[in-house]
Design a binder for this molecule. Structure first.
Ligand SMILES: [Zn+2]
Length: 134
């Protein structure tokens, strides 16, 4: 939907109203009917276009809310030792799930190929215990 189309339809409607305002007795009934029909057409187009604008704005509002939430979450997290940490939570989260899907999935202490570390129950990510990485 192009907003300039909406403004064009609105201009046609305004012009029609101006012509109706300036109408004199010389205007025939047929001309008057045509003006009113044009006006109704233009107003109907404007109404439909505005409904689309309203819908698009609602989508953008919801996208903005989602991005604000993600930004807020990003400000409360930090990446360290191949894990994500959230302010106020000592248990680490999966960096893959966080960066790919913006999901906070707690990592679980686990053993992989006889090595101790942390695994993600959602995506299978595994990282070694940071004490063993040094
Ligand atoms: Zn994961």
């Amino acid at each position: 939907m192009d907003i300039s189309t909406t403004f064009s339809a609105l201009s046609v409607a305004i012009d029609s109203v101006r012509r109706l305002r300036d109408v004199n007795n010389a205007l025939s009934s047929a001309e008057l009917n045509n003006l009113v029909a044009d006006l109704l057409d233009s107003l109907a187009n404007v109404k439909m276009d505005l409904a689309e604008v309203k819908s698009e704005l609602a989508l953008k509002d919801s996208r903005i809310l989602k991005l604000e939430g993600e930004l807020e979450l990003l400000n409360e997290t930090k990446y360290a030792h191949e894990k994500i940490f959230l302010t106020g939570d000592d248990d680490p989260f999966c960096p893959v799930c966080f960066e790919r899907d913006s999901k906070l999935i707690h990592l679980r202490a686990s053993i992989y190929r006889k090595s101790q570390g942390y695994g993600c129950p959602s995506c299978g990510y595994f990282t070694y215990n940071e004490l063993l990485l040094v």
